[in-house]
Design a binder for this molecule. Structure first.
Ligand code: MSP
Length: 653
């Protein structure tokens, strides 16, 4: 085995369900992992950063059946959605695992067999309430509803009773060992508050865990007993060892396992902090160092999720801003353990104030002055005054603090501290007024000192935020005429300065766009949402219009919808955001009716919507239906309501 003496760092994200379109919540975990991976690389470690997709289980089996595809074909057709998003976000993963890979399936079977041989897995009969959506049996203490059914506490959907022959994992035997683990290694679960939750769950008693299904076909078969499929969580959790090389790349496995940090959302902490270490103890593999449970991104105070219909598509922001503003915002806004409310106002405020004003402007002004006053080459500077020296020593102290903060996963604090320093450098320039000094030719060495200090501070501060904003920092280092890329400079080697003679500083180009809220949210909603054509055009003779066939008309799925919620969209005067009931499901939509209706007049009203129109993103909100409205002479939308009652979901034709 070729052990290197270089320290290592292994970080993972959860593997994302392949049937979901990745949203800002998923991007969050992956961005945290990327920032940590990049930081640890800067410290000279050999890093292994793993992400991937969770492709087995009933949800995918069903989604594929609905589309008339095999589950594998469905997975193959959508796995690119995650990979494309990670590319657009500059995610530097080292390996992308798919649970349908042979290396994974074989590894899972091998470990299943090992546990069977050791008596930690045994065959029995299971009867319990099962949530298809979460692929999880409900805990016994979930109460029965009035109708005699149970509701999944995580997703709110109805569970059903499932009874089947199953293989159990002897989880009950691990209660004491798990409690001893939390006691001996409190950093195993972070943040601390989550450790307490997990420990009290385990203290409450652990039952053996059913880890196979006969009702699900899409998954890894139990070795030697293929009518049983391995439960999707037993399968998925093992990705962290199979992808690292377990049983197929021993050198890599021994180098990187155990993982340093598994990043997971708080909703899946229990799987990682209870089941996963128990599986590993059973198979005799070392335990990961830390499972870090992060908070959720909420939209309008509710967890962003597909089932709630309040997800934000990161591509909308990426198209306008590129990856770094979103990376910065998500990591700066909240500490990793807490929830955050995502709003476009909050996002734009940070981008405009922290990035464009504080940081972008500093770079812009400093480099422009070096260009204007010295043709891009800073001459010999005057000796440092105490004030100049403070810019340097403050940086050196900052560098040490930021190192510790990254090491402790306190990314928001690392950014906060760096921005406090950027504020000081701005103040230093404002107080020293290089534009005034420049007027006196005798003060050129002093001018050189002030601009050198500012340029060195920019170089250093930007290096410290490289893990979070790699693309922008590479550009800044390029403007500064650095021969090396930030990723090539080790943290410990980074000094304050680096502007020897002959260094040519270039002119900066725009770094961070400053975008006004009204411009960003100014995308006009489509069709009935904000009529483009006035009444003259819409009433023109039928013979002037394109004719469509009845077959074409029939392709439109028009339904009666009941408005459940209506609200204004901050910063928008024409549109309202609606939540509608279609009988069998709820959707959110955006409609250009704010000039004709107040939100409170709409709730409870029924109207006609087209439900099979491709969703559109309007002012950052996904609109999943479109209502029909007549257009008045002054271009307002009038909704035709019904004159008697009709159930939501009724077909309109
Ligand atoms: N496939 C399982 C994980 C198996 S890991 C062995 C799964 N997938 S998921 O796609 O539903 O979720 C993946 C991660 O995204 C989870 O950590 C979850 O917490 C996170 N998020 C999903 N929505 C989120 C927010 N709105 N905010 C932050 N993270 C959220 O669970």
């Amino acid at each position: 085995m070729a052990k290197t003496s270089k320290p290592t760092f292994y970080v993972t994200t959860p593997i994302y369900y392949v049937n979901d379109v990745p949203h800002i919540g998923h991007a969050y975990t992956t961005i945290i992992a990327d920032a940590l991976a990049r930081f640890h690389k800067l410290t000279g470690k050999d890093v292994f950063f793993l992400t991937g997709t969770d492709e087995h289980g009933q949800k995918i089996e069903r989604a594929a059946a609905e589309k008339g595809l095999t589950p594998k074909a469905l997975a193959d057709s959508v796995v690119g959605r995650a990979q494309d998003l990670w590319k657009a976000l500059d995610i530097s993963y080292d390996f992308f695992v798919r649970t349908t890979m042979e290396i994974h399936e074989k590894g899972v079977q091998k470990l299943f067999q090992r546990l069977l041989d050791r008596g930690d897995i045994y065959k029995g009969e299971y009867k319990g309430w099962y949530c298809v959506s979460d692929e999880n049996f409900l805990a016994d203490d979930v109460a029965l509803e009035a109708d005699g059914c149970k509701i999944c506490p995580d997703c709110g959907k109805k569970a059903s009773v499932v009874s089947e022959e199953t293989y159990f994992f002897r989880l009950s035997a691990y209660q004491d060992r798990l409690l001893a683990l939390y006691e001996a290694r409190p950093e195993f679960v972070r943040p601390q508050s989550r450790l307490n939750e997990v420990a009290s769950f385990v203290r409450g008693g652990l039952k053996d865990l059913s880890i196979t299904r006969t009702t699900v076909k899409w998954g890894i078969p139990v070795p030697g007993d293929p009518k049983h499929t391995i439960y999707v969580w037993f399968d998925a959790l093992h990705n962290y060892v199979t992808a690292a090389g377990f049983d197929w790349n021993t050198e890599r496995f021994e180098k990187f396992w155990p993982a340093d940090v598994h990043l997971v959302g708080k909703d899946i902490l229990r799987f990682h902090a209870v089941y996963w270490p128990a599986f590993l103890m059973a198979s005799g593999l070392p335990l990961p160092r830390t499972v870090y449970g992060h908070g959720w991104w909420l939209k309008d105070d509710t967890k962003m999720s597909k089932s709630k219909g309040n997800v934000l598509d990161p591509h909308v922001l990426l198209k306008v801003f590129g990856p770094d503003p979103l990376r910065y915002f998500l990591l700066r806004e909240i500490p990793i353990g807490q929830d955050g409310n995502f709003s476009h106002e909050g996002f734009l405020h940070r981008v405009n104030s922290d990035l464009a004003n504080d940081f972008g402007n500093l770079v812009q002004r400093t480099l422009t002055m070096i260009g204007n006053y010295f043709g891009g080459e800073i001459p010999d500077p005057a000796p440092e005054t105490a004030e100049d020296a403070k810019v340097r020593t403050d940086f050196e102290e900052l560098k040490g603090r930021v190192f510790d903060l990254y090491g402790a996963c306190a990314l928001n604090r690392a950014l906060e501290e760096t921005w406090a320093y950027i504020g000081l450098v701005n103040k230093y320039l404002a107080e020293n007024q290089p534009w005034i000094i420049a007027k006196d030719p005798a003060l050129r060495p002093r001018l050189a000192r002030v601009l050198l200090q500012a340029a060195a501070a920019i170089r250093g501060a930007s290096y410290l935020v490289f893990p979070v904003m790699p693309r922008s920092v590479e550009r800044i280092w390029g403007f500064l005429g650095e021969a090396q890329k930030p990723a090539e400079v080790l943290w410990e080697k980074l000094d304050f300065g680096g502007f020897g003679p002959g260094r040519k500083v270039g002119l900066p180009q725009a770094l961070f766009p400053r975008v006004a809220l009204k411009d960003f949210l100014g995308e006009e909603p489509r069709a009935a949402a904000a009529p483009a054509a006035g009444p003259e055009q819409t009433t023109k003779g039928a013979k002037d219009m394109d004719q469509i066939t009845y077959e074409e008309f029939k392709r439109m799925d028009l339904r009666v919808a009941r408005i459940i919620e209506a609200e204004r969209v901050p910063g928008a005067t024409k549109i309202l955001k609606l939540r509608i009931d279609l009988g069998t499901e709820q959707r959110q939509m955006v409609a250009g009716i704010a000039e004709t209706y107040a939100p409170e007049d709409l709730v409870g009203k029924k109207l006609i919507v087209i439900v099979n129109l491709k969703p559109a993103v309007i002012r950052g909100i996904e609109s999943q239906a479109m209502l029909l409205a007549a257009i008045t002479a002054d271009n307002k939308a009038l909704i035709p309501f019904f004159d008697r009652d009709i159930p939501a979901g009724a077909i309109v034709k």
